[in-house]
Write a protein that binds this ligand. Structure first.
Ligand code: 5AD
Ligand code: SF4
Length: 515
Protein backbone atom coordinates (compact mmCIF):
# COMPACT_ATOMS: atom_id res chain seq x y z
CA UNK A 1 0.00 0.00 0.00
CA UNK A 2 1.44 3.37 -0.87
CA UNK A 3 1.27 6.48 1.30
CA UNK A 4 -1.78 7.91 -0.45
CA UNK A 5 -3.72 4.68 -0.02
CA UNK A 6 -2.71 4.49 3.59
CA UNK A 7 -3.91 8.01 4.32
CA UNK A 8 -7.17 7.23 2.56
CA UNK A 9 -7.59 4.16 4.68
CA UNK A 10 -7.05 6.19 7.84
CA UNK A 11 -9.60 8.68 6.72
CA UNK A 12 -12.03 5.86 6.13
CA UNK A 13 -11.29 4.56 9.59
CA UNK A 14 -11.60 7.95 11.25
CA UNK A 15 -14.97 8.37 9.62
CA UNK A 16 -16.03 5.05 11.07
CA UNK A 17 -15.93 3.33 7.70
CA UNK A 18 -14.34 -0.03 7.62
CA UNK A 19 -14.42 -0.33 3.88
CA UNK A 20 -13.43 2.10 1.18
CA UNK A 21 -16.51 2.52 -0.98
CA UNK A 22 -14.54 3.72 -3.99
CA UNK A 23 -12.10 0.85 -4.18
CA UNK A 24 -14.21 -1.71 -2.33
CA UNK A 25 -11.18 -2.57 -0.20
CA UNK A 26 -11.75 -3.78 3.33
CA UNK A 27 -9.94 -1.73 5.93
CA UNK A 28 -11.59 -3.33 8.93
CA UNK A 29 -8.29 -4.73 10.14
CA UNK A 30 -6.99 -1.18 10.57
CA UNK A 31 -10.06 -0.24 12.51
CA UNK A 32 -9.91 -3.17 14.88
CA UNK A 33 -6.29 -3.67 15.62
CA UNK A 34 -4.02 -1.30 13.84
CA UNK A 35 -5.21 2.25 13.53
CA UNK A 36 -6.71 3.60 16.72
CA UNK A 37 -6.16 7.33 16.46
CA UNK A 38 -5.14 9.20 19.59
CA UNK A 39 -7.48 11.97 20.60
CA UNK A 40 -7.09 14.83 23.03
CA UNK A 41 -10.85 15.25 22.95
CA UNK A 42 -11.31 11.73 24.33
CA UNK A 43 -8.60 12.28 26.91
CA UNK A 44 -10.37 15.34 28.25
CA UNK A 45 -13.68 13.51 28.49
CA UNK A 46 -12.35 10.74 30.69
CA UNK A 47 -14.61 9.78 33.52
CA UNK A 48 -14.19 8.00 36.78
CA UNK A 49 -14.31 4.51 35.35
CA UNK A 50 -13.17 1.77 37.64
CA UNK A 51 -9.46 0.93 37.52
CA UNK A 52 -8.93 -2.62 36.37
CA UNK A 53 -5.92 -4.54 37.66
CA UNK A 54 -4.41 -7.19 35.43
CA UNK A 55 -2.17 -9.47 37.43
CA UNK A 56 -1.85 -12.26 34.91
CA UNK A 57 0.29 -10.64 32.22
CA UNK A 58 2.52 -13.01 30.31
CA UNK A 59 4.22 -12.79 26.94
CA UNK A 60 2.09 -14.46 24.24
CA UNK A 61 3.55 -17.94 23.58
CA UNK A 62 3.24 -17.54 19.82
CA UNK A 63 5.62 -14.56 19.82
CA UNK A 64 8.36 -16.01 22.00
CA UNK A 65 11.41 -16.51 19.87
CA UNK A 66 10.41 -13.63 17.58
CA UNK A 67 13.67 -11.91 18.47
CA UNK A 68 16.03 -14.83 17.81
CA UNK A 69 19.09 -13.42 16.08
CA UNK A 70 17.75 -9.86 16.33
CA UNK A 71 18.87 -6.88 18.37
CA UNK A 72 16.97 -3.93 19.85
CA UNK A 73 18.00 -0.38 20.67
CA UNK A 74 15.88 2.06 22.70
CA UNK A 75 16.67 5.77 22.96
CA UNK A 76 14.92 7.38 25.90
CA UNK A 77 13.98 11.05 26.18
CA UNK A 78 12.47 12.84 29.17
CA UNK A 79 11.65 11.88 32.72
CA UNK A 80 12.26 8.89 34.98
CA UNK A 81 8.84 7.51 34.10
CA UNK A 82 10.06 7.13 30.53
CA UNK A 83 13.37 5.63 31.70
CA UNK A 84 11.39 3.08 33.65
CA UNK A 85 9.06 2.35 30.73
CA UNK A 86 12.20 1.66 28.70
CA UNK A 87 13.22 -0.91 31.32
CA UNK A 88 9.84 -2.60 30.85
CA UNK A 89 10.15 -2.58 27.05
CA UNK A 90 13.69 -3.98 27.35
CA UNK A 91 12.22 -6.73 29.53
CA UNK A 92 9.62 -7.53 26.86
CA UNK A 93 12.24 -7.53 24.08
CA UNK A 94 14.49 -9.89 26.05
CA UNK A 95 11.50 -12.12 26.83
CA UNK A 96 10.91 -12.37 23.08
CA UNK A 97 14.51 -13.43 22.50
CA UNK A 98 15.98 -10.12 21.28
CA UNK A 99 19.41 -9.00 22.45
CA UNK A 100 20.21 -5.44 23.47
CA UNK A 101 22.68 -3.29 21.55
CA UNK A 102 24.18 0.15 22.22
CA UNK A 103 24.50 0.99 18.56
CA UNK A 104 21.71 1.99 16.18
CA UNK A 105 23.77 0.58 13.30
CA UNK A 106 23.65 -2.89 14.83
CA UNK A 107 19.98 -2.83 15.73
CA UNK A 108 17.15 -4.65 13.98
CA UNK A 109 14.56 -2.67 15.93
CA UNK A 110 15.03 0.95 17.01
CA UNK A 111 12.58 2.59 19.40
CA UNK A 112 12.45 6.26 20.33
CA UNK A 113 10.73 6.56 23.70
CA UNK A 114 9.69 10.18 23.46
CA UNK A 115 8.88 13.15 25.71
CA UNK A 116 6.24 15.79 24.92
CA UNK A 117 6.70 18.15 27.85
CA UNK A 118 8.28 21.01 25.85
CA UNK A 119 8.67 21.82 22.19
CA UNK A 120 12.46 21.36 22.18
CA UNK A 121 12.03 17.80 23.53
CA UNK A 122 9.83 17.08 20.52
CA UNK A 123 12.20 18.75 18.08
CA UNK A 124 15.02 16.47 19.22
CA UNK A 125 12.91 13.46 18.31
CA UNK A 126 12.01 14.81 14.87
CA UNK A 127 15.71 15.54 14.31
CA UNK A 128 16.61 11.99 15.28
CA UNK A 129 13.95 10.60 12.95
CA UNK A 130 15.62 12.61 10.20
CA UNK A 131 18.95 10.84 10.91
CA UNK A 132 17.27 7.47 10.98
CA UNK A 133 15.88 8.02 7.49
CA UNK A 134 19.35 7.34 6.04
CA UNK A 135 19.73 4.22 8.11
CA UNK A 136 16.37 2.95 6.87
CA UNK A 137 17.42 3.63 3.27
CA UNK A 138 20.58 1.57 3.77
CA UNK A 139 18.77 -1.17 5.63
CA UNK A 140 15.04 -1.30 4.80
CA UNK A 141 14.58 -4.31 7.11
CA UNK A 142 15.28 -2.35 10.26
CA UNK A 143 12.08 -1.54 12.19
CA UNK A 144 11.76 2.00 13.53
CA UNK A 145 9.22 2.79 16.24
CA UNK A 146 8.05 5.88 18.08
CA UNK A 147 6.51 5.44 21.52
CA UNK A 148 6.15 7.43 24.74
CA UNK A 149 4.34 10.71 25.31
CA UNK A 150 4.61 12.19 21.81
CA UNK A 151 2.72 9.20 20.39
CA UNK A 152 -0.31 10.18 22.47
CA UNK A 153 -0.58 13.47 20.58
CA UNK A 154 -2.87 13.44 17.61
CA UNK A 155 -0.88 16.16 15.81
CA UNK A 156 2.39 14.24 16.19
CA UNK A 157 0.88 11.01 14.87
CA UNK A 158 -0.53 12.85 11.88
CA UNK A 159 2.81 14.55 11.21
CA UNK A 160 4.66 11.23 11.31
CA UNK A 161 2.09 9.57 9.07
CA UNK A 162 2.41 12.38 6.59
CA UNK A 163 6.12 13.07 6.61
CA UNK A 164 8.21 10.44 8.38
CA UNK A 165 7.67 7.37 6.24
CA UNK A 166 10.76 5.71 7.70
CA UNK A 167 8.69 4.99 10.84
CA UNK A 168 7.18 1.49 10.97
CA UNK A 169 5.24 1.69 14.22
CA UNK A 170 3.80 4.24 16.64
CA UNK A 171 2.39 3.12 19.95
CA UNK A 172 1.22 4.99 23.01
CA UNK A 173 1.97 4.99 26.73
CA UNK A 174 -1.02 2.72 27.45
CA UNK A 175 0.06 0.18 24.82
CA UNK A 176 3.50 -0.84 26.09
CA UNK A 177 2.29 -4.29 27.14
CA UNK A 178 1.12 -4.77 23.55
CA UNK A 179 4.67 -4.47 22.20
CA UNK A 180 4.87 -8.14 21.10
CA UNK A 181 1.66 -7.81 19.06
CA UNK A 182 2.74 -4.46 17.61
CA UNK A 183 6.12 -5.90 16.54
CA UNK A 184 4.39 -8.89 14.99
CA UNK A 185 2.03 -6.63 13.10
CA UNK A 186 4.93 -4.46 11.89
CA UNK A 187 6.83 -7.51 10.60
CA UNK A 188 3.77 -8.88 8.87
CA UNK A 189 2.34 -5.78 7.26
CA UNK A 190 5.40 -3.66 6.52
CA UNK A 191 3.08 -0.69 6.76
CA UNK A 192 3.04 1.87 9.52
CA UNK A 193 1.34 0.32 12.52
CA UNK A 194 -0.35 2.82 14.82
CA UNK A 195 -1.74 1.69 18.13
CA UNK A 196 -2.49 4.48 20.57
CA UNK A 197 -5.22 4.07 23.14
CA UNK A 198 -6.82 7.21 24.49
CA UNK A 199 -8.73 5.01 26.88
CA UNK A 200 -6.74 4.16 29.92
CA UNK A 201 -7.69 3.07 33.38
CA UNK A 202 -5.91 -0.25 33.62
CA UNK A 203 -2.94 -1.17 35.78
CA UNK A 204 -0.92 -4.06 34.44
CA UNK A 205 1.20 -5.98 36.91
CA UNK A 206 3.96 -8.51 36.33
CA UNK A 207 5.40 -6.85 33.27
CA UNK A 208 8.94 -8.06 32.69
CA UNK A 209 11.73 -5.52 33.38
CA UNK A 210 15.41 -5.32 32.67
CA UNK A 211 16.64 -2.70 35.12
CA UNK A 212 19.49 -0.51 34.03
CA UNK A 213 21.62 -1.00 37.10
CA UNK A 214 21.80 -3.10 40.24
CA UNK A 215 22.27 -0.29 42.77
CA UNK A 216 19.27 2.01 42.29
CA UNK A 217 15.80 1.08 41.06
CA UNK A 218 12.59 2.83 40.10
CA UNK A 219 9.23 1.56 41.25
CA UNK A 220 5.99 2.95 39.82
CA UNK A 221 3.41 3.62 42.47
CA UNK A 222 0.87 5.35 40.27
CA UNK A 223 0.25 6.40 36.70
CA UNK A 224 -1.28 9.48 35.11
CA UNK A 225 -2.28 12.89 36.43
CA UNK A 226 -5.65 14.52 37.04
CA UNK A 227 -4.37 17.96 38.00
CA UNK A 228 -4.63 19.54 34.54
CA UNK A 229 -2.25 22.44 35.21
CA UNK A 230 -3.05 24.76 32.31
CA UNK A 231 0.38 24.45 30.63
CA UNK A 232 0.85 20.70 30.95
CA UNK A 233 0.40 17.96 28.37
CA UNK A 234 0.96 15.11 30.86
CA UNK A 235 -2.68 14.57 31.90
CA UNK A 236 -3.38 13.93 28.20
CA UNK A 237 -0.35 11.81 27.36
CA UNK A 238 -0.34 9.74 30.55
CA UNK A 239 -4.05 9.53 31.25
CA UNK A 240 -5.98 9.64 34.46
CA UNK A 241 -4.58 8.96 37.91
CA UNK A 242 -4.54 5.32 38.86
CA UNK A 243 -2.62 3.81 41.73
CA UNK A 244 -1.01 0.42 42.04
CA UNK A 245 -2.22 -1.60 45.00
CA UNK A 246 0.03 -1.28 48.09
CA UNK A 247 0.68 -5.03 48.27
CA UNK A 248 2.06 -5.12 44.73
CA UNK A 249 4.36 -2.16 45.41
CA UNK A 250 5.58 -3.51 48.75
CA UNK A 251 6.26 -6.90 47.22
CA UNK A 252 8.30 -5.30 44.42
CA UNK A 253 10.35 -3.21 46.87
CA UNK A 254 10.95 -6.28 49.08
CA UNK A 255 12.20 -8.22 46.08
CA UNK A 256 14.55 -5.39 45.13
CA UNK A 257 15.87 -5.27 48.70
CA UNK A 258 16.49 -9.03 48.58
CA UNK A 259 18.37 -8.57 45.30
CA UNK A 260 20.69 -6.07 47.01
CA UNK A 261 19.41 -2.77 45.62
CA UNK A 262 20.45 0.15 47.83
CA UNK A 263 18.07 2.86 46.74
CA UNK A 264 14.48 2.96 45.52
CA UNK A 265 12.72 5.90 43.90
CA UNK A 266 8.94 5.66 44.00
CA UNK A 267 7.59 7.13 40.79
CA UNK A 268 4.43 8.88 39.74
CA UNK A 269 3.47 12.05 37.89
CA UNK A 270 1.83 13.30 41.06
CA UNK A 271 2.77 10.85 43.83
CA UNK A 272 0.92 12.81 46.49
CA UNK A 273 -2.36 11.80 44.89
CA UNK A 274 -1.43 8.16 45.52
CA UNK A 275 -4.44 6.15 46.67
CA UNK A 276 -7.07 8.81 45.98
CA UNK A 277 -8.60 6.49 43.40
CA UNK A 278 -9.03 3.55 45.81
CA UNK A 279 -12.71 3.04 46.39
CA UNK A 280 -12.39 0.34 49.01
CA UNK A 281 -10.01 2.02 51.46
CA UNK A 282 -8.51 5.27 52.68
CA UNK A 283 -4.83 4.88 52.01
CA UNK A 284 -2.38 7.54 50.89
CA UNK A 285 1.29 8.14 50.21
CA UNK A 286 1.97 8.61 53.95
CA UNK A 287 0.55 5.14 54.66
CA UNK A 288 2.59 3.60 51.87
CA UNK A 289 5.83 5.29 52.96
CA UNK A 290 5.19 4.18 56.54
CA UNK A 291 5.18 0.57 55.37
CA UNK A 292 8.03 0.86 52.89
CA UNK A 293 10.36 2.47 55.43
CA UNK A 294 10.28 -0.83 57.37
CA UNK A 295 11.84 -2.67 54.42
CA UNK A 296 15.56 -3.24 54.75
CA UNK A 297 16.80 -0.95 51.99
CA UNK A 298 19.08 2.02 52.79
CA UNK A 299 17.39 4.82 50.84
CA UNK A 300 13.85 5.56 49.70
CA UNK A 301 12.94 8.59 47.58
CA UNK A 302 9.81 9.62 45.74
CA UNK A 303 9.07 11.92 42.82
CA UNK A 304 7.24 14.03 41.75
CA UNK A 305 5.29 15.82 44.44
CA UNK A 306 2.44 18.23 44.02
CA UNK A 307 2.29 20.72 46.91
CA UNK A 308 -1.49 20.67 46.98
CA UNK A 309 -1.73 17.01 48.03
CA UNK A 310 1.29 16.97 50.37
CA UNK A 311 -0.53 16.16 53.62
CA UNK A 312 0.34 16.23 57.33
CA UNK A 313 0.40 12.46 57.63
CA UNK A 314 3.09 12.25 54.96
CA UNK A 315 5.17 14.89 56.76
CA UNK A 316 4.78 12.97 60.02
CA UNK A 317 5.99 9.77 58.36
CA UNK A 318 8.91 11.45 56.56
CA UNK A 319 10.00 12.92 59.90
CA UNK A 320 10.64 9.37 61.10
CA UNK A 321 13.74 9.51 58.88
CA UNK A 322 15.69 6.23 58.71
CA UNK A 323 15.75 5.17 55.08
CA UNK A 324 13.35 7.98 54.05
CA UNK A 325 15.75 10.60 52.74
CA UNK A 326 15.44 14.24 53.81
CA UNK A 327 15.47 15.59 50.25
CA UNK A 328 12.12 16.97 49.09
CA UNK A 329 11.58 17.83 45.43
CA UNK A 330 8.58 20.13 45.52
CA UNK A 331 7.80 21.82 42.19
CA UNK A 332 6.50 25.35 42.79
CA UNK A 333 6.42 26.58 39.13
CA UNK A 334 6.01 30.25 40.13
CA UNK A 335 6.31 32.48 43.20
CA UNK A 336 3.34 34.64 42.20
CA UNK A 337 -0.14 33.71 43.46
CA UNK A 338 -1.64 35.35 40.37
CA UNK A 339 0.44 33.25 37.99
CA UNK A 340 -0.21 30.14 40.08
CA UNK A 341 -3.91 30.80 39.69
CA UNK A 342 -3.64 31.05 35.91
CA UNK A 343 -1.56 27.90 35.95
CA UNK A 344 -4.40 26.21 37.93
CA UNK A 345 -1.88 24.95 40.49
CA UNK A 346 -4.57 25.28 43.18
CA UNK A 347 -2.31 26.80 45.85
CA UNK A 348 -1.05 30.30 46.58
CA UNK A 349 2.48 31.51 47.32
CA UNK A 350 1.51 31.75 51.00
CA UNK A 351 0.10 28.21 51.11
CA UNK A 352 3.26 26.86 49.48
CA UNK A 353 5.49 28.71 51.97
CA UNK A 354 3.36 27.43 54.83
CA UNK A 355 3.84 23.86 53.59
CA UNK A 356 7.61 24.39 53.41
CA UNK A 357 7.55 25.84 56.92
CA UNK A 358 5.69 22.77 58.20
CA UNK A 359 8.11 20.38 56.52
CA UNK A 360 11.13 22.29 57.86
CA UNK A 361 9.64 22.24 61.38
CA UNK A 362 9.17 18.46 61.22
CA UNK A 363 12.41 17.68 59.34
CA UNK A 364 14.89 20.41 60.31
CA UNK A 365 17.69 19.21 58.02
CA UNK A 366 15.42 18.78 54.96
CA UNK A 367 16.77 20.10 51.67
CA UNK A 368 14.43 21.41 48.98
CA UNK A 369 14.64 21.41 45.21
CA UNK A 370 12.02 22.54 42.73
CA UNK A 371 10.79 23.06 39.16
CA UNK A 372 10.10 26.57 37.86
CA UNK A 373 8.59 27.89 34.65
CA UNK A 374 9.45 31.45 33.60
CA UNK A 375 7.78 33.55 30.93
CA UNK A 376 4.27 32.23 31.46
CA UNK A 377 1.79 34.03 29.16
CA UNK A 378 1.59 37.65 30.33
CA UNK A 379 3.91 37.14 33.32
CA UNK A 380 4.91 40.61 34.53
CA UNK A 381 8.31 41.72 35.86
CA UNK A 382 6.82 41.99 39.34
CA UNK A 383 5.41 38.47 39.15
CA UNK A 384 8.80 37.17 38.03
CA UNK A 385 10.46 39.05 40.92
CA UNK A 386 8.12 37.16 43.24
CA UNK A 387 9.55 33.91 41.90
CA UNK A 388 13.07 35.12 42.68
CA UNK A 389 12.08 36.19 46.19
CA UNK A 390 10.32 32.91 46.88
CA UNK A 391 13.41 31.04 45.69
CA UNK A 392 15.52 32.85 48.32
CA UNK A 393 12.89 32.53 50.99
CA UNK A 394 12.66 28.75 50.65
CA UNK A 395 16.42 28.45 50.19
CA UNK A 396 16.27 25.77 47.51
CA UNK A 397 19.48 23.85 46.93
CA UNK A 398 18.79 23.31 43.24
CA UNK A 399 16.09 23.63 40.59
CA UNK A 400 15.04 22.60 37.12
CA UNK A 401 14.16 25.81 35.32
CA UNK A 402 12.26 26.18 32.06
CA UNK A 403 10.95 28.76 29.67
CA UNK A 404 7.23 28.20 29.16
CA UNK A 405 6.56 26.18 26.02
CA UNK A 406 3.02 26.16 24.56
CA UNK A 407 1.63 22.62 24.19
CA UNK A 408 -1.16 22.07 21.71
CA UNK A 409 -4.49 21.24 23.29
CA UNK A 410 -3.67 22.74 26.70
CA UNK A 411 -5.58 25.83 27.92
CA UNK A 412 -2.40 27.97 28.19
CA UNK A 413 -1.61 27.42 24.52
CA UNK A 414 -4.75 29.40 23.67
CA UNK A 415 -3.78 32.35 25.90
CA UNK A 416 -2.56 35.60 24.36
CA UNK A 417 1.06 36.13 25.39
CA UNK A 418 2.61 39.59 25.57
CA UNK A 419 6.03 38.51 26.89
CA UNK A 420 8.70 38.66 24.16
CA UNK A 421 11.09 35.72 23.91
CA UNK A 422 14.13 37.92 24.78
CA UNK A 423 12.45 38.84 28.05
CA UNK A 424 11.72 35.18 28.80
CA UNK A 425 15.36 34.28 28.11
CA UNK A 426 16.61 37.12 30.28
CA UNK A 427 14.37 35.97 33.14
CA UNK A 428 15.66 32.43 32.79
CA UNK A 429 19.25 33.70 32.98
CA UNK A 430 18.54 35.74 36.09
CA UNK A 431 16.82 32.80 37.73
CA UNK A 432 19.65 30.44 36.80
CA UNK A 433 22.19 32.84 38.29
CA UNK A 434 20.27 32.68 41.55
CA UNK A 435 19.99 28.87 41.33
CA UNK A 436 23.78 28.66 40.92
CA UNK A 437 24.41 31.08 43.76
CA UNK A 438 22.28 29.15 46.26
CA UNK A 439 23.59 25.80 45.06
CA UNK A 440 27.18 26.94 45.61
CA UNK A 441 26.20 28.21 49.08
CA UNK A 442 24.59 24.89 49.97
CA UNK A 443 27.67 23.03 48.74
CA UNK A 444 30.05 25.20 50.77
CA UNK A 445 28.43 23.98 53.98
CA UNK A 446 29.79 20.51 53.27
CA UNK A 447 33.43 21.63 53.30
CA UNK A 448 35.30 19.47 55.83
CA UNK A 449 32.16 17.42 56.69
CA UNK A 450 31.77 13.68 56.34
CA UNK A 451 28.89 12.51 54.13
CA UNK A 452 27.38 9.13 53.31
CA UNK A 453 27.81 8.34 49.62
CA UNK A 454 26.12 5.60 47.64
CA UNK A 455 28.88 4.76 45.16
CA UNK A 456 27.52 4.30 41.65
CA UNK A 457 30.70 3.73 39.67
CA UNK A 458 33.69 5.43 38.10
CA UNK A 459 33.45 9.16 37.47
CA UNK A 460 32.52 9.95 33.86
CA UNK A 461 35.63 12.10 33.37
CA UNK A 462 38.22 10.07 35.22
CA UNK A 463 38.17 6.29 35.71
CA UNK A 464 40.52 6.61 38.71
CA UNK A 465 37.87 8.56 40.59
CA UNK A 466 34.65 7.10 41.99
CA UNK A 467 31.32 8.93 41.90
CA UNK A 468 28.15 8.66 43.93
CA UNK A 469 25.39 10.61 45.60
CA UNK A 470 24.54 11.69 49.14
CA UNK A 471 21.08 11.26 50.67
CA UNK A 472 20.37 14.80 49.50
CA UNK A 473 21.38 13.92 45.93
CA UNK A 474 24.71 15.78 45.90
CA UNK A 475 27.24 14.36 43.48
CA UNK A 476 30.48 13.39 45.23
CA UNK A 477 33.73 12.47 43.44
CA UNK A 478 36.46 10.80 45.45
CA UNK A 479 39.38 8.42 45.20
CA UNK A 480 38.58 4.99 46.54
CA UNK A 481 38.78 1.26 45.81
CA UNK A 482 36.57 -0.18 43.06
CA UNK A 483 35.18 -2.59 45.66
CA UNK A 484 33.27 0.38 47.08
CA UNK A 485 31.01 0.48 43.97
CA UNK A 486 27.45 -0.37 44.96
CA UNK A 487 28.12 0.32 48.63
CA UNK A 488 27.48 3.14 51.09
CA UNK A 489 30.75 4.70 52.20
CA UNK A 490 31.80 7.71 54.24
CA UNK A 491 33.61 10.51 52.43
CA UNK A 492 35.23 13.61 53.93
CA UNK A 493 34.61 16.65 51.68
CA UNK A 494 37.79 18.46 50.69
CA UNK A 495 36.44 20.77 47.98
CA UNK A 496 32.97 22.17 47.34
CA UNK A 497 32.10 23.21 43.79
CA UNK A 498 28.81 24.67 42.52
CA UNK A 499 27.32 21.36 41.41
CA UNK A 500 29.52 18.69 42.96
CA UNK A 501 31.77 17.86 45.88
CA UNK A 502 35.25 16.34 45.95
CA UNK A 503 36.44 14.28 48.87
CA UNK A 504 38.39 11.38 50.27
CA UNK A 505 37.10 8.14 51.66
CA UNK A 506 37.11 7.73 55.43
CA UNK A 507 38.27 4.41 56.89
CA UNK A 508 35.40 2.13 57.94
CA UNK A 509 36.80 1.93 61.46
CA UNK A 510 36.95 5.69 62.08
CA UNK A 511 34.10 7.04 64.16
CA UNK A 512 32.80 10.21 62.51
CA UNK A 513 29.60 12.21 62.49
CA UNK A 514 27.89 11.82 59.13
CA UNK A 515 25.92 14.69 57.56
N1 5AD B 1 6.52 24.51 29.38
C1 5AD B 1 7.61 24.59 30.19
N2 5AD B 1 7.82 23.76 31.22
C2 5AD B 1 6.90 22.81 31.47
N3 5AD B 1 6.82 21.86 32.43
C3 5AD B 1 5.70 21.15 32.24
N4 5AD B 1 5.03 21.63 31.18
C4 5AD B 1 5.75 22.66 30.68
C5 5AD B 1 5.56 23.57 29.61
N5 5AD B 1 4.50 23.50 28.81
C6 5AD B 1 7.82 21.72 33.48
C7 5AD B 1 7.20 21.88 34.88
C8 5AD B 1 7.19 20.49 35.40
C9 5AD B 1 8.40 19.88 34.74
C10 5AD B 1 8.43 18.41 34.71
O1 5AD B 1 8.37 20.42 33.43
O2 5AD B 1 8.07 22.70 35.64
O3 5AD B 1 7.25 20.43 36.81
FE1 SF4 C 1 1.62 18.35 34.71
FE2 SF4 C 1 0.57 19.64 36.80
FE3 SF4 C 1 0.16 16.97 36.52
FE4 SF4 C 1 2.60 17.88 37.15
S1 SF4 C 1 0.74 18.07 38.42
S2 SF4 C 1 2.10 16.32 35.58
S3 SF4 C 1 2.70 19.80 36.04
S4 SF4 C 1 -0.60 18.59 35.17
Amino acid sequence: MNEKQRLESQQAVQEGNSSDKKSGKDYSKYFESVYTPPSLKDAKKRGKEEVKYHKDFSLPEEFKGMGQGRKFYIRTYGCQMNEHDTEVMAGIFMGLGYEPTDSVDDANVILLNTCAIRENAENKVFGELGHLKHLKQQNPDVLIGVCGCMSQEESVVNKILKTYHQVDMIFGTHNIHRLPNILHEAYMSKEMVVEVWSKEGDVIENLPKIRRGNIKAWVNIMYGCDKFCTYCIVPFTRGKERSRRPDDIIQEVRQLAAQGYQEITLLGQNVNAYGKDFEDMKYGLGDLMDEIRKIDIPRIRFTTSHPRDFDDHLIEVLAKGGNLVEHIHLPVQSGSSEVLKIMARKYTREQYLELVRKIKAAIPNASFTTDIIVGYPNETDEQFEETLSLYREVGYESAYTFIYSPREGTPAAKMQDNVPMEVKKERLQRLNALVNELSAEAMKKYQGEVVEVLVEGESKNNPDVLAGYTRKSKLVNFVGPKTAIGKLVKVRITEAKTWSLNGEMVEETQAVEVK
